[in-house]
Ligand binder design. Sequence first.
Ligand code: ZN
Length: 179
Amino acid sequence: MTFDHLWAGWRAAYVTSVSDAFAAPGEQPLRTGGADTPENCVFCQLLAAGGKDEHYVVFRGKRAAALLNAYPYASGHLLVLPTRHVRALGDLDDEEAAELWATTRDATIALGHAYSPDGLNLGANLGRAAGAGLPDHLHFHVVPRWVGDTNFMTTVASVRVLPEALPESWRRIVAAWPH
Ligand SMILES: [Zn+2]
């Protein structure tokens, strides 16, 4: 199944600025190659970058960070990840595991304040066979959900409606992030 975005004006610049790792189904990757090293990992690049790429980083801790998903399933869709390029949950040391979980907690708090969702999906796709688009850098998804958001458009028309621009999501989540 392919998805077309009704609105994604920010996307071209974003994809150009990082890599193909977020390439949507059917979309032409701008770079080839895997993400098996930090040098070609979109997450590591984002965390290392300054400038406009900073607008995808909503929280940057010592051992964990939270990013806006460039292809959100809903407004506020966050990715929580260790700052170190680690593939498996079992590769985290205790301090990384603790900070990753604390950052996941804070992400749910921030999304609660920013969006007042009716619920949240929290999950991870560990490995490409499990659906990970970028399996080489561990990350958790935190997705706000609302009663009735079962995505009629996706189901019926293979179109995702993105009601909010990513810069607006960034502003709201950063403002709501617990300190
Ligand atoms: Zn990485």
